[in-house]
Design a protein around this ligand. Structure first.
Ligand SMILES: *[C@@H]1O[C@H](CO)[C@@H](O)[C@H](O)[C@H]1NC(C)=O
Ligand SMILES: *[C@@H]1O[C@H](CO)[C@@H](O)[C@H](O)[C@H]1NC(C)=O
Ligand SMILES: *[C@@H]1O[C@H](CO)[C@@H](O)[C@H](O)[C@H]1NC(C)=O
Length: 470
């Protein structure tokens, strides 16, 4: 008898979950982010053929590119498009602008192109100038106007939301302590959650356990971050919930934060997650082994039937988009920024990955051993990369020396680094000097691809190159 009741309850739960999800665009098919900040990328046509080959169920783009939306017509790929941050304030203030956006970017393609999500802005709450803060308060009004416009066309199938990064959190540890930042909690998060709850939309979260781990790679457990069985589990002291991986911890912290504002049932979508396949010398853990391990274990976790969910929300599907399709060589910042791809734009797959989640680990070719899971300790210099043209180098040299504070004093006539007098030699010195001076203020050793880090001291004669010690 008891057994019978249990079965019935199980059935009811299943039935209600089915009801809750049946009209939403929810599936446990893995999606992929298609970023296009590269000058060596395949054409949209070729890219979409690749996306079909890797069997991505969803595709997310960072705009509403007409060529891509046309090419996706008639495919079974669910599509997520984006209102750019620059468009938010106009749309927030004027319904006609929202109507025009929908008229121009949705109606020509929908429903032949299976647009499922419209994301308004990208990580809007992560920007923090006076002007950016104005955008925070325009965010929910813009979302509502886009929704209203869709409703005017009787389009119910497209959910509207906005992807946010983990920096919306004031605290995220232990997960039960999760709380949104006080500067956005009342004014942005509450109205956002109210909208998402009312319209059965999703909380879109960009969540990177890699970034959390990399803040302190010596103390943080890499196995826990990579979903490996060897990991030590963690028990939240307040709830007693047991965590086997960092991603669940981060997701649950957001679930607890929503709950504190009174929203217990808003569903999550992971709009971005992933792991860099390479990076700079001062960026441990960015390698093919970890990237493949993270993404394979992620896909398996998110596609398994019945769904696992998280400790705070067991059994719930979390639609997931991996970042990213391609390595993007025109992104600035540290080396990892240019190495989130599953594919190298010119050479193909960087590692094997089955987005369906069925392939057993033993079926994959062996991965190269990770070489940089422990932080490098020592000096690093920043020098000219191989194969760089002298014309480009001149401008970079001028820029570096223009930053003042004696960056290029040693290059003056009669100073110790004046000889040899060549753009190449002077740029080598200027890059190292600039980076050593300004790294703590956020400068990177990149110079649009002209510079690379090295552990080999480029000093010569009496010319000592400034270095960074890590
Ligand atoms: C709203 O936008 C439309 C279309 O650009 C424009 O014609 C109209 O004047 C705007 N209304 C307001 C109140 O700014
Ligand atoms: C969320 O939506 C549900 C279902 O529509 C509703 O019953 C509930 O009151 C809403 N929660 C809040 C906090 O508004
Ligand atoms: C010199 O360095 C200081 C501190 O890093 C910085 O605030 C200042 O802007 C620099 N000067 C110039 C001309 O860049």
């Amino acid at each position: 008898m008891e057994k019978h009741i249990v079965t019935e309850l199980g059935f009811l739960t299943l039935f209600f979950s089915f009801l809750a999800f049946s009209n939403a665009a929810i599936s446990n098919k893995i999606g992929i982010n298609y970023g296009r900040l590269g000058n060596n990328l395949p054409s949209p046509y070729q890219s979409i053929e690749l996306i079909k080959t890797i069997k991505a169920g969803h595709l997310k783009i960072y705009d509403a590119n007409p060529e891509i939306l046309k090419l996706l017509s008639g495919t079974k790929i669910h599509v997520s498009i984006m209102v750019t941050n620059e468009q938010i304030s106009n749309i927030a203030s004027n319904q006609t602008q929202a109507n025009h956006w929908v008229r121009d970017n949705v109606l020509p393609y929908y429903p032949d192109t299976m647009i499922r999500f419209i994301l308004v802005g990208n990580e809007v709450l992560s920007y923090n100038s006076d002007q950016d803060r104005q955008m925070w308060f325009n965010l929910v009004p813009a979302i509502k106007r886009i929704k209203k416009s869709l409703q005017a066309h009787n389009i119910q199938n497209i959910k509207v939301g906005t992807p946010l990064a983990m920096d919306v959190m004031e605290t995220s540890f232990p997960p039960s302590n999760g709380r949104f930042r006080s500067d956005i909690s009342k004014q942005v998060m509450t109205p956002l959650l109210q909208f998402l709850n009312r319209t059965n939309s999703f909380f879109f979260l960009d969540v990177y356990p890699y970034i959390a781990w990399s803040q302190d790679p010596t103390s943080n457990d890499l196995d826990f971050t990579l979903f490996r069985n060897e990991a030590q589990t963690y028990s939240d002291p307040r709830t007693g919930l047991i965590y086997t991986n960092l991603l669940d911890q981060m997701l649950d912290s957001v679930i607890f934060a929503m709950s504190k504002l009174g929203y217990d049932n808003v569903m999550l979508v992971i709009s971005e997650t992933g792991w860099p396949n390479s990076g700079d010398i001062d960026q441990p853990g960015a390698n093919v082994f970890n990237a493949a391990t993270y993404n394979r274990n992620l896909v398996r976790k998110m596609t398994v039937e019945p769904p696992i969910g998280t400790p705070a929300r067991p059994g719930v599907v979390i639609p997931t988009f991996i970042f990213s399709l391609f390595d993007e060589n025109q992104k600035g910042g540290p080396g990892t920024e240019r190495h989130w791809g599953l594919l190298n734009p010119t050479e193909g797959p960087i590692y094997e990955l089955d987005l369906i989640g069925k392939r057993p680990e033993s079926d994959y070719l062996r991965l190269p051993k990770p070489v940089n899971n422990k932080p490098y300790r020592g000096k690093i210099w920043c020098v000219v990369a191989e194969g760089v043209s002298l014309t480009e180098l001149g401008a970079a040299l001028t820029f570096a020396c223009g930053q003042g504070n004696g960056t290029c004093d040693a290059l003056s006539p009669e100073k110790q680094c004046y000889e040899p007098l060549s753009v190449m030699a002077h740029a080598n010195y200027a890059f190292s000097s600039y980076w050593a001076k300004y790294r703590s203020a956020g400068a990177t050793c990149h110079f649009n691809g002209l510079a690379v880090q090295t552990t080999t001291d480029p000093s010569h004669g009496s010319c000592r190159f400034p270095s960074v010690s890590v």
